[in-house]
Structures are given as structure tokens and as C-alpha cells.
Design a protein around this ligand. Structure first.
Ligand code: ACK
Length: 960
């Protein structure tokens, strides 16, 4: 019936074939049902005249066909997912003269897992369907005499994990088909050596997204540097090599193996890549030498690396000259005659008091000059200078290595007075006292106090002399800043003046802010009706005072693409991290530019933290690198507890990486789907509040996110939600959710960039008008996603239908059990006129209001009673009465910062939620662990407090 062209087949190295009908000698003899009139085995010749087995059926004229063909048992040989490649020809029903509507153009592929390699009969209903197979548009043309046939190749895959093997079955339902060949195979990641570790041939995982973690073993003569690991991806490719091995000392890496260094060569340090020739005056007699031994009479010091030549000790320094200047001595000499093959080092051995100063230093001198000062006046000293090199110790050539000089110092002035203190202060005077100088160098005859007005500098100063170590200075002008200096005098003259002590005769400095606040607080606790008025006055004064030292809150976001050199933007906003501080642990997902891993980061002097590591795939263009790093340049500008925190970037080595804080619960949409129905309404609103707070921060910085969606919110172990994904590029390689599109027709054409239609406001879709109000629209959709536990907005409607429905005024209905007021807030976010949508400040206020009064706001999940207006101003004394910032700080064990925070204006629980790392540093909370504790716990504590209030409500009021 058919002839065809075949080509000799070479299988790809990462495919293991379980069955190929072309290589089966003789007949296949598969079980066909019915045995007559259904599938028929037909031998044909390929173009090389080699016979191959095919199965054919062509009952296109008869109705109700169900012709089954079953393969023999195929052992799965450890495979977890198998691939079936079917080559077939299929007649187009139209090309068959006189056929009726019974003719079909598809067939069905089934499988059945079994341990029995000789099943006699398998009930058809026991087979599980893999797919319906139709002829594809891509095919190979096959010449058959005067006709041309189309040879189709289709591949299907299925998970087979439950039995030792399986049967495949083909069901024809009335088509004209020839199964030309069937090949069944599975994929493996082939044996490979990476970073000197061998990774065995590994079967891929059961699912198309699974990554199989494989541990490598070090090749011969190598040892582990860091546990070698790689992941075998579903397509048979090795991914993310982590760790690896290094050749043992004495061996070097060559073509993925470790080879011994030859005689006369060594490899002594693990950081050296290759063996190197023995250094001068050393040798190696065997292969595989780690260290070359010194020749006789030559040495290495303990600190000498094995890579330097062996050397000898030096002879003595020469021509020592000394010069005395009061209590200082300058010594100069010339280098020894023989240096022994090393740079000369020199040493001065002096049992001096610790106060004696050597410049540049006492030992290990490289220059042949030293200045010794702060010696005692009128004292006899001996200086000995010894030439040393690294092999002097223990290999000394004996005397003759040192040279000495003895001399006497002169008289000298006293050293400066250092510790002056101010005592009583009056409007016109101050009393001063000080200690004797450290080195008086003789008897102190008197002290001299010099003082002058700071503004006048030293242009007009006054002097006062005294024999004692104190002085009462009088005759000063009130409210004036003065500088005071003191010096001592001996028979040798005056010493130097002390550094200036600054003091103001203004004895009534402004009251300290903390004191003002605490006295206000004291007042508050005892007086009744005026309390609130006073509190707000105190807070007002405090915040006015602090204004100039607080970090600027209204920072504006800088677009990294405005920089001519994008690398400059990255380094302005992101810290470069040394890759060796990062320890990658596992792959947690695939991002837009490469894998996302989790791991640990230990920066110098900081405690180790868990981090997420996004890496840029190996082959990237310059544009991709810039787009990838732009996310770090953006993220690095933010500091807010509900915005994912950037730890830094790795750009100076490959792979290029972005390091952020680790969010244990991953993205919000998946997290909610996993925990469907597990949270109270208050908890869900708490999550929404966090997101709104992060968005308010972004909009205050004039940053428009453009892709706010639950998939771009990350959740940590405390259920704190943080806004993430600041990538500017929306070109997704794979988008199974079909979240983004560029193919929007009609009035919603969107040039340049993909748009997440379901989350995007109409004006942003129509003419790319992205504003904080378009983010508000997206926020409404996120609210809907949260309240429906990760349901897909607009379910399976097409993007076109969504756009149309929105345009016609249709909006998403309230999710199940969603309180009316929350749905009302969503509807407000989805106002067609963007200026009518609430700002994030208003949304945040509204949510706070709901959380504070859950009894009256969150209990109604239906009905048509009027809902409170969103845009109405909220806040006021009721909040203060619910709970205080102080309670909250106590609850998280940070009560010690109560005063600091109150003084800085953080008086309400609300205000604590706005704290950032930077805010805390600026007001004096500098311990990083305390900052983290406050940020991580405040939201949680407030939420659980709200929840407790909610739980105390009567049953009928608790939201379901
Ligand atoms: O839903 P997920 O587990 O959360 O899968 C995706 C995946 O990486 C690809 O983006 C996860 N992911 C991204 N950033 C982080 C992070 N900072 N902490 C934890 N998981 C993250 C995300």
C-alpha cells in the first residue's frame, strides 16, 4: 500500500531506546483486535531496500470502528518518563473517493503499566489514554510511485513509575493510517565530568519540570573543595553545577583528570592550577611532588611558600650612623654585603618601655633608617641592628650579623597635656582641671592656659598661668563658645599645647528631646481630657526637631536606564558581593533569565543569612545582562519591610547573580493555592495590608510597578508579603499561564512589551498609560486573587474576552466568603476613570480601618446594605485606644527601644509598620539583628492581635 524513504538513524546521546520497530528482526506480531479486518502487519522496503515492519488499517467506509493494536511488553529499565516517537502516514479523508462521514483523521495512543511481561489479554478499559494523535502540519514528503505521501512524526511522553514495564496500544477509530515506525525511549543526562567530579549517567525525573539532584564523586587524585552537585533536567541536560573537586597537591588538572607533576616539577599550593618547575636551589626526585626540597646549605623559612627559591642567612648591616635630637634618635645604616638570596629584613632588639616610638617600626624594617622617639631625656641607650632574612632563625651564620651603637639623649620639653576637663560653669566663667603630661622630661615649673572665642579664632586670645593643675577662668562673655588649650613648662622650655577643648558659657542648653518627650508622657499619664491634644503637640514638636536629621522620606526612584553606563547604575544602588561568600544549596525555580536557587550568604563581620540567588544563564547577550541587572538597580533603591530586600549582586565573575532575602513560602499565588481555605479573613487582609503598604512606599517614590500580581508577591515564614519582580523586560520564553501577551488586537494594540492583560487597567492596555492608578487596578486584582486563594482572574476566559467584558462594564464578582467591603474596595480599584480609583494611602487607611474594627466591617459577606465610603478620611483616637506601639514592642521583646522610637515620632502601631532599616539606623537602633527582629515581628504581632479581637467576637459574627 505505501513505500517510503527512511534514513539510517543515529540516536542522540541522551536518549536510551527501549524499542525501535525498525531494528526488530522478523515480524513484530503485536496483538491486534479484532484479529481480522483491523490492524494488519505489512512488510515494506525502505529506500535502502531493508525490510521494515509497519501496521496499517484503512476502514474508512464502515462506521463505528475501534481497532486496537497492542505492543509487546516494554521494560522501562529504570526510566520514569518515556517518550513515544511515532512515524506514520495518514490519508486525508477528502482524497479518498466516495467516503462518507465515517472517515477519521486521528488515532489514539494508550499505555498500561504492568509487571507481567506476557499479559495474554488486557481489557481495553484498563489502558490509560496518552493522547489523540493527528497528522501534523510539519511532515516529510514521501514519493510513492506517482503519488506523494506525507510522513508525520509525532512524539508523546508519559510518566511510568508504578510497574517494571508497560504496553502501548494504538486505537484506530476509522482512519486510513500506516504506522511506519514506533520508537520508545527515555532521556538521560549522560555521564559527565564537571569541576573534576564525575556525574553518572542519570535517568531524568518523572515530570517534565523535575530536576534530579545528583552528587558527583571526585576523580582520582582529587579531593572535594565543596560537595559537588548537579541537577539532571527533564530534557537530559545537566544544570547548575555546584561545588567541585581540586587536584591533590603534586597533581594538576588535564582534560578533566588529575595528572602527577613530572620529576623536577611540583604543585605546592591548591590555588595554583598547574605544576611548576622547582624554584632555584631546590629539586624533586619523584613524580607527583607537592614540594621541592632545598639543596644542601639552602633553607626555607616557616612562612616561605614552597614556590619561592631556597635561600641563605644574610651577613651584618654596615656603616651605622646615629644622630641624637633631644629625646629622639635617628639611626641609619647600609645593607649587609651578602643577602643570602632574600630581601634583607632588619631588626632592632631593645628592651625599651612600651612608650618608645619607632618610626616606621621596630622590627621587620625594609628601609635602612629608623627614627626612635619619646625616649627619656638625659638617658644612655644602646641600639643593636641585626640583619635578618627569613632563614636566619636556626640557620644563623653566628656573630657578625649585627651592629651596635651607644649614645645619650639630651634634655627635652614636656609632652603635651592631654586630659582637660571643665567643671563649674557660670555665665562669665568656667573652672578647668588637667593631668600632668605623660612625659614631663623634668620638673614642671608652670602651666599656661590659652583661651579665645571660637568665632574669633586665635586672632585675639588670652593667657593665664598657674603652677597647679587647675584654673578658674573668669571674665568670659555669656552665651559664647570658647576654646581652651593648656601646655606645661620645664627647664627645657614649653611643651606643645593640648588640643582645644570647646565649651559654651551658655549654661542653659535646649532641653534634650528625650527629656521633653518623657515629661510630656508623664503629663499624659496624669491629666485626663487634655491628653490627646498634648500628645499630638509633643509629637509635632519632636518631628519638627528631627526633620533635618531624618533620612529623606520622599526619595524619588531613579530609572537605571537613564544612566549611560548601566553598570554604573548597578554599582550605585547594589553592593558587589564576593561570590565566595555565597553558598548555593538548591534550585528552587526557573526565572526569566536562568535558575533561581536558595542558599546562604555570610558577609564579613555579619551573621549568615538565607538568601535567594537569581542567576543569569550562561549564554547571554549584553542586552540580557543589562535587563537582568536592571532589577537589582531598581530593587537596591528601596528599603521597606514589604519590598523584597536586595542583598547585592555578583557581576565581576560568572554566573552573574542577584542576591535577595529568602522568602520561605515562595510566591503568593502558589502559596494560597496550596493552603486553600486555611486562613482567617483577618490573616488574608493582613497580607493585603502588607502589599498595600509596599505599594504605597513605591508610589511615594514615584515608581510604577506595572506587573503587580500575586505571582510577583513573595511570602516569608512569618506570612509577611513583599512586593518583588522589578524586572523591566517582560519577554518571557515560556508562559504557560498565558499571563502576558503582545497580541492584542483592535483598539488594545500594545507596541513594545508584553502586558499581563488580566491584571492591567484598560488605559494601560489601550495606550500604555502606566501610573500609580494603573497599579491600583492591578492591586484590586491581587485582592481578588488573595480572597479567592489564588484562583485565576477571569478563570479560563480568553484575554480578548476579558478586555471586552471590562470595556462593557463587567467586573469580577466577590470571591466566596469575601466580605462586602473588600469587594467594594476591589470595585473602587477597578473604576474605569483612573482618577476615581483610590490611592495606595487611601487603600492602606481603609484596610487599617477594617482590621481595627473587624466586628463591624469584615463580618458581612453578602447582602445589599450600603458599604462605607472608601475615600472618607480615616484614623483618629479610636486607633490609639485599641493598642499602643509600646505594647507591640514589648510583645516582640524590643521594649528597650520604646523611648527611642517614641522620641522619634513612632508612637502608634501603624507608624511602626512603616519603619525601614535606614530609619532605624538613623534614630540609633543600630544592631542588625534587632532591626531584623523589629521588621519581621511587628506586622505579625499586630495581625495576631487583631485576630484575637476577631476571635473574641460572637460566633455569628466571625467570617466563615
Ligand atoms: O513560587 P516559587 O517557589 O517562588 O517559585 C518562584 C521561583 O523562585 C522563580 O521565580 C522563587 N523565588 C524567587 N525569588 C525568591 C525569594 N526571594 N525567596 C524565595 N523564593 C523565591 C519563586
Amino acid at each position: 500500500m505505501f513505500t517510503l524513504i527512511s534514513t539510517a538513524r543515529v540516536y542522540p546521546p541522551n536518549e536510551e531506546t527501549l524499542l525501535d520497530t525498525r531494528t526488530v528482526p522478523g515480524e513484530l506480531k503485536w496483538a491486534a483486535s479484532p484479529t481480522e479486518g483491523g490492524w494488519e502487519e505489512v512488510s515494506i522496503m525502505d529506500e535502502k531496500n531493508v525490510p521494515i515492519r509497519t501496521y496499517q488499517v484503512c476502514n474508512v467506509m464502515e462506521p463505528s470502528q475501534s481497532n486496537w493494536l497492542r505492543t509487546d511488553w516494554i521494560p522501562r529499565s529504570g526510566a520514569q518518563r518515556i517518550y513515544v516517537e511515532i512515524k506514520f502516514t495518514l490519508r486525508d479523508c477528502n482524497s479518498l473517493p466516495g467516503v462518507t462521514g465515517t472517515c477519521k483523521e486521528t488515532f489514539n495512543l494508550y499505555y498500561y503499566e504492568s509487571n507481567n511481561d506476557r499479559e495474554h489479554y488486557i481489557r481495553e478499559s484498563n489502558f490509560l489514554k496518552i493522547d489523540t494523535v493527528a497528522a501534523d502540519e510539519s511532515f516529510t514528503q514521501v514519493d510513492i510511485g506517482d503519488r506523494i505521501m506525507k510522513l508525520n512524526t509525532e512524539v508523546r511522553d508519559v510518566k511510568v513509575t508504578t510497574r517494571k514495564g508497560f504496553y502501548l496500544a494504538f486505537q484506530d477509530v476509522g482512519a486510513c493510517i500506516a504506522l511506519v515506525s514506533v520508537r520508545v525511549f527515555y532521556k538521560t543526562c549522560p555521564l559527565t565530568v564537571r569541576n573534576l567530579a564525575t556525574f553518572p549517567d542519570t535517568n531524568t525525573g518523572a515530570d517534565t519540570s523535575s530536576l534530579v539532584e545528583v552528587r558527583g564523586s571526585c576523580v582520582n587524585q582529587s579531593e572535594e573543595r565543596e560537595e559537588p552537585k548537579m541537577y539532571c533536567g527533564a530534557d537530559g541536560e545537566w544544570l547548575v553545577p555546584i561545588g567541585g573537586c581540586v587536584c591533590n597537591l603534586g597533581y594538576e588538572e588535564k582534560s578533566g583528570a588529575c595528572q602527577a607533576c613530572t620529576v623536577g616539577f611540583n604543585r605546592a599550593v591548591s590555588t595554583d592550577r598547574a605544576c611548576s618547575k622547582c624554584p632555584p636551589h631546590s629539586h624533586s626526585e619523584k613524580e607527583g611532588a607537592a614540594v621541592c626540597d632545598c639543596n644542601p646549605g639552602y633553607y626555607r623559612s616557616e612562612s616561605d611558600p614552597a614556590s619561592v627559591p631556597c635561600t641563605q642567612p644574610p651577613s651584618a648591616p654596615q656603616q651605622l650612623i646615629s644622630e641624637v635630637n633631644e629625646t629622639s634618635v635617628v639611626l641609619e645604616w647600609s645593607a649587609p654585603l651578602r643577602l643570602g638570596g632574600r630581601k634583607a629584613g632588619s631588626i632592632l632588639c631593645l628592651p625599651c618601655s612600651q612608650d618608645v616610638l619607632f618610626s616606621p617600626q621596630q622590627s621587620g624594617l625594609r628601609a635602612t633608617r629608623v627614627c626612635v622617639s619619646e625616649l627619656q631625656a638625659h638617658t644612655r641607650y644602646t641600639f643593636t641592628i641585626l640583619a635578618r632574612n627569613g632563614v636566619s632563625q636556626g640557620h644563623s651564620a653566628g656573630a657578625g650579623q649585627s651592629v651596635s651603637v651607644t649614645l645619650t639623649t639630651n634634655q627635652a620639653a614636656p609632652s603635651p597635656v592631654t586630659s582637660i576637663q571643665a567643671g563649674d560653669v557660670t555665665r562669665h566663667g568656667v573652672s578647668l582641671a588637667w593631668q600632668q603630661p605623660d612625659r614631663p622630661n623634668g620638673v614642671i615649673l608652670e602651666y599656661e592656659v590659652k583661651y579665645y572665642e571660637k568665632d574669633q579664632k586665635e586672632s585675639s586670645y588670652r593667657i593665664m598661668k598657674t603652677a597647679s593643675r587647675s584654673a578658674d577662668i573668669t571674665g568670659l562673655s555669656p552665651l559664647t563658645v570658647y576654646l581652651f588649650q593648656v601646655r606645661a613648662r620645664t627647664a627645657a622650655g614649653y611643651g606643645e599645647f593640648s588640643g582645644p577643648l570647646e565649651f559654651s558659657t551658655n549654661s542653659d542648653p535646649l532641653p534634650l528631646i528625650g527629656d521633653a518627650a518623657s515629661s510630656t508622657l508623664l503629663l499624659l499619664s496624669i491629666s485626663g481630657g487634655v491628653i490627646l491634644l498634648l500628645t499630638s503637640t509633643a509629637v509635632f514638636i519632636i518631628s519638627r526637631r528631627y526633620k533635618h536629621i531624618w533620612p529623606q522620606k520622599n526619595k524619588i526612584y531613579v530609572d537605571p536606564f537613564t544612566y549611560e553606563d548601566p553598570d554604573q547604575a548597578v554599582h550605585e544602588f547594589a553592593k558587589e558581593i564576593d561570590a565566595s561568600y555565597i553558598h548555593i544549596e538548591k534550585v528552587i525555580g526557573i526565572g526569566e533569565f536562568g535558575e533561581v536557587c536558595s542558599g546562604r550568604l555570610r558577609l564579613q563581620g555579619k551573621r549568615e543569612i538565607y538568601v535567594a540567588i537569581k542567576s543569569l544563564k550562561a549564554a547571554y547577550s549584553n542586552k540580557q545582562r543589562q535587563d537582568f541587572l536592571s532589577e537589582a538597580s531598581i530593587m537596591g533603591q528601596f528599603d521597606h519591610p514589604n519590598i523584597i530586600r536586595l542583598e547585592g549582586v555578583v557581576t565581576r565573575c560568572k554566573p552573574v547573580m542577584i542576591i535577595t532575602e529568602y522568602m520561605e513560602n515562595g510566591s503568593l499565588d502558589a502559596f494560597l493555592r496550596k493552603h486553600d481555605g486555611h486562613f482567617t479573613v483577618i490573616q488574608l487582609v493582613g497580607m493585603l495590608r502588607g502589599i498595600a503598604s509596599g505599594m504605597k512606599y513605591l508610589s511615594d517614590m514615584s515608581y510604577v510597578h506595572r506587573d503587580l500580581a500575586a505571582r510577583n508577591i513573595l511570602v516569608n515564614s512569618n506570612l509577611v508579603c513583599k512586593v518583588s519582580d522589578f524586572g523591566l523586560s517582560r519577554v518571557l520564553q515560556e508562559d504557560p499561564e498565558n499571563a502576558y501577551t503582545t497580541r492584542v488586537t483592535g483598539t488594545y494594540h500594545s507596541p513594545g512589551g508584553k502586558i499581563p492583560i488580566r491584571w492591567t487597567s484598560p488605559e494601560a492596555i489601550a495606550y500604555r498609560k502606566f501610573t500609580p492608578s494603573s497599579d491600583t487596578w492591578s492591586y484590586g486584582v491581587v485582592m481578588w486573587e488573595v480572597m479567592s486563594y489564588g484562583e485565576r482572574p477571569y478563570w479560563d476566559m480568553s484575554n480578548q474576552d476579558v478586555i471586552k467584558a471590562i470595556d462593557e462594564g463587567y467586573r469580577l464578582p466577590p470571591p466566596m466568603d469575601c466580605p462586602v467591603c473588600l469587594h467594594q474596595l476591589m470595585l473602587d480599584c477597578w473604576q474605569t476613570e483612573r482618577t476615581h480609583r483610590p490611592s495606595f494611602t487611601q487603600i492602606l487607611n481603609m484596610l487599617d480601618k477594617l482590621i481595627r474594627n473587624p466586628t463591624t466591617t469584615l463580618r458581612r459577606t453578602g447582602g445589599d446594605r450600603p458599604v462605607p465610603s472608601l475615600l472618607e478620611p480615616v484614623g483618629g483616637p479610636e486607633f490609639v485606644s485599641v493598642w499602643s506601639a509600646e505594647d507591640c514592642l514589648q510583645a516582640i521583646g524590643m521594649g528597650m527601644y520604646r523611648d527611642t522610637l517614641t522620641t522619634a515620632g513612632y508612637t502608634s502601631p501603624d507608624s511602626l509598620l512603616t519603619l525601614t532599616h535606614q530609619d532605624m539606623t538613623s534614630i540609633g537602633i543600630i544592631t542588625p539583628s534587632h532591626q531584623d527582629q523589629i521588621l519581621a515581628s511587628v506586622q505579625q504581632v499586630l495581625l495576631s492581635h487583631m485576630q484575637q479581637i476577631q476571635e473574641q467576637m460572637p460566633d455569628s459574627m466571625v467570617p466563615v
